[in-house]
Design a binder for this molecule. Sequence first.
Ligand SMILES: [Zn+2]
Length: 213
Amino acid sequence: MSTPTTIVKTAIQYLPSYTDGRFIDDLSEITGMMFKEQGVICECTGRSTTKHIYNNKYSFKNQHCKSARHKKYLTNLSNNSEHILKTSILRRDEIRRLKIAVGKVDQRNHQLMNEIANKNTQMTRLKEQVDETNELISQQKEYHDTKYKTLEATHKNVRKENQQLKITNSNSTNKISKLETTNKELQDKIQIIDSIWNNFGQALGYEVEISHE
Ligand SMILES: [Zn+2]
């Protein structure tokens, strides 16, 4: 008795051959080694997810293939061969259509990959341009900073000079003011002397003529 085993993906699906309008057993393409290493499953054991895996080509050929269930399966296949062949043709057409569709998708995918590559190249170029512009801006900023500092220093010096000139000017004004005061004092003295001189002259009976040139 065989116990059901969970299908392993590597197991080979046994398919009978179609010859002269009927299905017959044909194990020529599955070796004993393939049975041993991968295992073989037969459709007649049911379509459920659990199928028996055969690991012995000899017992498969001489026991399973001679079982009533397998013989009935072959007979059914032969009776329905027309339908099976039609289905097979439909499936082949379907596969062909799918292949074409896959081809189109592949082509579109290729185009999109090219577009992405182009966009990436453009982005790299733009990034380079941005970097260049930033570098230029940075250089201009540096230039302006230097220029501003120079101008600031010059301005500071001019202000300093201006301040010194103001002080000098103030000193000069003070000197002039002092000189004016001195001048005024001298004038006052001269007036006093004139007056004394006049009085003195009159006392002595002279006509005194005072002239300041
Ligand atoms: Zn079978």
